[in-house]
Write a protein that binds this ligand. Structure first.
Ligand code: NAI
Ligand code: MG
Length: 354
């Protein structure tokens, strides 16, 4: 039986308008070759150009329009020459993340064939950082009082059992599908209320997954291990701030921001999840046809995986890596191929493989 997925596609700004069509082409090629799935895409023209015409980043009933899709596929948002970043990002990207309760952020990183890691001896690392995306250190609770030498700033970190359990449960579920190892990023030796709580919840949740190995590592040491022995990790679960920092290290040791993928996951099933690469709209190279489509295509693979099409997701990843390994690469990763050349080559490779 044919399975159908409805995808909302938002290219957004800058190179989003180049790499999103490229990734959609790869997705459609993969779906056709698979034969059993149909991807129906609906494109939304929201972004900074839309803002210049309509005075808003998305239409007023935008969330209503998006909420019944199976997944959202986003390029990048932001064009500081047209619209200030705080308006563009909050008006579209962050708006969707918040309203659609996308409380978990996932970012895989691996030693990608054909790419040079800045690490001298990276080893074959392949890990997935699961970041709590709705509370923790990034909270609006707190304030500033007094001025001058009496000035006080208070910033409260909020950890609820509900959000902590759900991010850890998600991490363990991912580990079951991977190498069966979860590392918790903690700091209970220095942060004496929230982090011992974090450790306790980790311990509780781990009891439901007796087949999964666990480690608990203080964030400072963990950041160092991401550099010295990244191959030791499988799934890492982290609070909002710790996850933010770890995912940047993950991206950096892969060798280019142009390849890193991400997903914003809704797990209560009320709204769709949203998949977007880590990079932004890269206005400095937009329009030249040289943007690296790999980040967006890997993001498409993450989305397929999330939709339950794990085998097809793996085929997309494999084709991408084979093309990169064959030296067909854009300029940011040391080649001279265009966006289209890389994309077409990946489609061809899929045809050879499937
Ligand atoms: P950026 O990620 O757009 O660019 C940083 C550097 O990496 C640039 O030199 C760019 O040319 C290069 N680069 C990025 N992606 C690439 C790709 N696929 N292929 C080749 N080179 C690539 O970050 P930047 O310049 O700080 O921000 C530009 C705009 O994007 C801003 O408006 C910013 O707010 C927005 N932004 C949006 C994000 C999102 O939508 N999630 C994330 C980061 C930035
Ligand atoms: Mg960051």
């Amino acid at each position: 039986m044919m399975k159908k997925y409805e995808l909302a596609v938002i290219p957004g700004d800058g190179i989003g308008k180049e790499v999103v069509p490229a990734a959609v082409k790869v997705l459609q090629t993969a779906a056709t070759l698979h034969g059993g799935i149909q991807l129906e895409t609906t494109e939304f023209p929201w972004g900074c150009d839309y803002y210049l015409k309509h005075g808003k980043m998305m239409s007023d009933d935008g969330l209503e329009q998006l909420k019944n899709f199976d997944a959202l596929f986003l390029g990048a948002v932001g064009d500081p020459n047209k619209v200030p970043d705080h308006i563009s990002l909050w008006g579209l990207l962050i708006h969707i993340r918040r309203e659609f309760e996308q409380t978990i952020n996932i970012r895989p990183a691996k030693l990608f064939k054909g790419l040079t890691s800045p690490l001298v001896n990276p080893g074959p690392f392949n890990f997935l950082v699961i970041r709590e995306n709705s509370e923790g250190e990034y909270s609006e609770s707190g304030g500033r009082i007094h001025k001058g030498e009496d000035e006080i700033a208070i910033q409260n970190a909020i950890f609820t059992r509900k959000a902590t359990e759900r991010v850890m449960d998600y991490a363990f579920k991912q580990a079951v599908l991977r190498k069966g190892h979860v590392t918790s990023a903690t700091k209970s030796n220095g942060i004496v209320h929230s982090m011992p709580f974090w450790d306790e919840v980790f311990n509780d949740v781990s009891k439901c997954y007796t087949g999964v190995r666990t480690s608990s590592v203080h964030i400072d040491a963990l950041a160092a291990f991401f550099v010295t022995k990244p191959s030791d990790f499988d799934v890492i679960v982290a609070s909002n701030l710790f996850g933010d920092i770890l995912t940047d290290i993950g991206g950096a040791i892969m060798g280019s921001i142009g390849i890193a993928p991400a997903g914003n996951i809704n797990i209560n099933g009320k709204y769709p999840s949203m998949f977007e690469p880590v990079h932004g709209s890269a206005p400095d190279i937009y329009g030249k046809g040289i943007a690296n489509p790999i980040g967006q295509i890997w993001t498409a693979s993450l989305m397929l995986d999330h939709l339950g099409e794990a085998a097809l997701a793996r085929e997309v990843l494999r084709a991408m890596e084979e093309v990169t390994e064959a030296g067909i690469k854009t300029k940011d990763i040391g080649g001279n191929a265009t966006t289209d050349e890389v994309t077409n080559k990946i489609c061809l490779q899929l045809q050879n493989n499937i």
